[in-house]
Design a protein around this ligand. Structure first.
Ligand SMILES: [Zn+2]
Length: 549
């Protein structure tokens, strides 16, 4: 899971036993009842064992995990849905590491002294073209937020030709409390750094320099530095245009750059908040020599399906996803250097496997096909799911819904449900109904400005138009008060999240995982039997992708 802040959760609900859905066949109820928390435990125990070395993408342990998941799919009788009649979808990657010793980065003003930057302390940059050496000598254009969002009548580019240029821009989006303007306080995809790079590359820019401001990025420079300081993984088969230099600079460096340009950074930041903002070419060039170490590696998504029982609907599908990769083994680190990833995301895999096992065993199958995908390289930037979204075994327009599971804390029986993004889809009334039947209150995202929706694998499906969201638990558990659950979440983020200590423990209580699996089974089954495919609310940012070109 790519989680950078914990949600503070505040509502309360009482537990009601899950009831039979009157419009669902008995087979669905029976499948649901056979979901077994102890089987989820067994999966988590196996996948997070030291033997699997933290399931790193492109590492031995990651490959072992993929083989093992495929073997489970086979034992359940799933139909292979990968390449050439196998359970595997091969995904090719480049691993790119910027060489800090040979890489040079300088601002050259028309008048005045050159400003030479220090890698990691002042800036980071990655060559997305995976060349071993790229040279840039280009003018800098200040483009504010670097956003073109016609639905909000906002265009920072104003038709300026940025081909061959390097663009200086801000993370996040224009501040607003108006829900009709960039969704108010919530972060839309336009605010994410990934969008900024993609939009600039689409317009032919050669580089982007993002200005890092802690309160705007919602994470400190240290996070940027750690994430971009090591190897960056890129999909080989990615149709999107790429930047020679995708970088960030510290706020203080931006201040120096502005003053070398004879401008005032604070005024620039202010101007960027206006709809009438126009791009400004600075009297400063950027000179970069990017030297990268590039390696190739492969990994696999694991795909299996249960064919739909209605011949007229079997070409359409409900998709369940969970990433199986984690951070692998870090041989240079002293002490325990295996990132076992028990919670993140052996738990999601345990749920995915229980859904696959029980649906495959059902006497009567859902009307639409049910597709199961254990995806790779989530921790590398949602890359396995991005590949799946671009190469789905069933066309994206025929996938009604993706339910994703990522990091379900085994803390006992949850009484709250977090399904951020579900409210943006036409399936939401059904989500509410099923949640109610399971005695779970739907908990809204209390930190919408952090943009969690764009940080897990369901987003890769949403961007190709598939209504998609993650199913997670809130902080209220049976037999405990809210403070207990919140403390458990804080403790996890502080002491185990993305650390070698995210390990299997005997005292884990997989009721949470079993309950969310049951919830997902009923929701998915009902969606599979609905007359129509799910869609997005009118005006949603993904509606366009759903409708197709
Ligand atoms: Zn993670």
């Amino acid at each position: 899971m790519r989680k950078l802040s914990i949600a503070l959760l505040v509502t309360f609900a009482s537990f009601v036993a899950a009831q039979t859905q009157p419009d669902l066949p008995a087979a669905a109820q029976k499948a649901m009842n056979s979901i077994d928390a102890e089987k989820i435990r067994a999966t988590v125990k196996y996948l997070s064992d030291d033997k699997l070395e933290g399931r790193g993408t492109g590492q031995k342990g990651g490959d072992m995990a993929a083989d093992w998941i495929a073997a489970q799919f086979k034992s359940y009788g799933l139909v292979p849905a990968g390449d050439a009649g196998t359970y595997f979808q091969n995904v090719q990657f480049y691993g790119v590491t910027t060489d800090p010793k040979q890489t040079r980065f300088a601002f050259v003003p028309k008048s005045g002294a050159e400003i030479t930057l220090k890698f990691a302390d002042d800036y980071v940059a990655t060559d997305q073209t995976h060349a071993e050496k790229s040279e840039i000598d280009a003018p800098i254009i200040w483009v504010g937020y670097g956003i073109n969002a016609p639905e909000y009548n906002w265009d920072d580019y104003k038709g300026v030709d940025v081909r061959g240029k390097v663009l200086l821009m801000l993370v996040n989006e224009p501040p607003s409390d108006d829900p009709n303007f960039f969704k108010g306080r919530a972060l839309t995809y336009y605010g994410r750094w990934t969008y900024k790079y993609e939009e600039a590359a689409r317009r032919g820019a050669v580089g982007v320099i993002l200005v890092h401001k802690t309160e705007m990025a919602s994470y400190p420079w240290k996070v940027v530095r750690n994430s971009w300081g090591g190897e960056t993984s890129l999909l080989k088969d990615d149709k999107d245009p790429k930047l020679k230099s995708a970088g960030w600079i510290q706020l203080e460096i931006a201040r120096k750059l502005a003053s070398a340009a004879g401008m005032d950074l604070d005024k620039m930041l202010q101007d960027a908040n206006s709809r009438s903002f126009k791009p400004v070419e600075l009297p400063v060039r950027v000179k970069e020599t990017l030297v990268s170490h590039v390696r190739s590696f492969a990994s696999r998504n694991v795909l299996g399906e249960v064919k739909g029982s209605d011949p007229s609907l079997a070409q359409q599908a409900i998709l369940y996803t969970a990433h199986y990769d984690h951070l692998g083994i870090h041989p240079d680190e002293p002490g325990d250097n295996i990132y076992n990833g028990a919670a993140d995301n052996a738990t999601g895999c345990g749920i995915l496997l229980e859904l696959a096992r029980t649906i495959a065993a059902a006497e009567e199958k859902p009307k639409r096909t049910i597709l199961f995908a254990a995806v790779t390289a989530e921790e590398q930037g949602l890359l396995g799911s991005k590949y799946l979204g671009q190469h789905p075994p069933i066309p994206a327009r025929n996938i009604s819904l993706d339910l994703n599971y990522d990091d379900i804390q085994p803390l006992g029986e949850p009484q709250q449900l977090v399904v951020t993004g579900a409210e943006r889809t036409s399936i939401y009334p059904l989500v509410e109904k099923v949640a109610k039947d399971f005695g779970m209150a739907i908990q809204p995202d209390n930190h919408p400005e952090a943009g969690h929706y764009y940080r897990s694998d369901h987003f890769s499906l949403a961007r190709v138009g598939v209504p998609a969201f993650s199913v997670n638990e809130g902080a209220l558990f049976k037999g405990h008060d809210l403070a207990w659950g919140e403390e458990k979440q804080r403790d996890y983020v502080a002491h185990r999240y993305h650390q070698p200590s995210d390990e299997y423990r005997q005292d884990m209580d997989f009721m949470a995982d079993a309950k969310l699996a049951k919830f997902g089974l009923i929701l998915g089954w009902e969606a599979a039997n609905q007359a129509n495919l799910a869609g997005w609310q009118t005006g949603d940012e993904f509606e366009k992708a759903r409708k197709g070109p």
